[in-house]
Design a protein around this ligand. Structure first.
Ligand code: 8DG
Ligand code: MG
Ligand code: MG
Length: 146
């Protein structure tokens, strides 16, 4: 939709919201990855930092406030049908207000949010997330020993 110019990749910021050994996932209703379990996140807006985008997307999609937002890694995702190219910035964060519970604030895009054990993830996972899980990626901070 950019009048005659070649398409360019988009940037998305995606959040591993961690709670004990669990992560927040929701089943997608969007055309890309319909019915798969995915993390909260969305597209970087003009002028935003990764941390600002992470906090905004999690708030818009779940109502949760987050803190301790940290960059983890980035992935390059090229899809066909529909054609898309998204560079995903993966962040981790924790709930700033632990008494809050996730709300499904964009029900046209998601079936609802819930916490899932990292060692027992629901399937099917959204493609890019499945790839990360299969390659042994772990979003949790190193356990500290006493
Ligand atoms: P927006 O309009 O709110 O900005 O965007 P959105 O509708 O919330 O975007 P999205 O599809 O939820 O996320 C943007 C892209 O991020 C998505 O098309 C592909 C990429 N992405 C990954 N892994 C994940 C993931 O686990 N969850 C989500 N939501 N997006 C992911 O590469
Ligand atoms: Mg989203
Ligand atoms: Mg969004």
């Amino acid at each position: 939709s950019n009048s005659g110019e070649a398409a360019r990749p988009k940037v998305a910021v995606v959040v591993f919201l961690l709670n004990g050994n669990r992560v927040l996932l929701g089943r997608r209703r969007s055309s890309v990855g319909r019915n798969t379990f995915a993390l909260p996140g969305g597209h970087l807006e003009f002028g935003e930092s990764f941390e600002e985008c992470a906090a905004r997307e999690v708030k818009e999609e779940t109502g949760l406030d987050i803190h301790k937002i940290e960059y983890l890694t980035a992935t390059n995702n090229v899809y066909s049908r529909p054609d898309a190219h998204v560079v995903a910035i993966l962040m981790r964060a924790f709930q700033a207000e632990p008494h809050q519970t996730p709300q499904n604030l964009e029900p046209e895009k998601c079936e609802g949010w819930d916490w899932y054990d990292w060692e027992n993830l629901p399937r099917p996972l959204f493609g890019p997330l499945e790839t990360m899980a299969q390659t042994g990626f772990n979003p949790f901070p190193p356990a500290h020993h006493h």
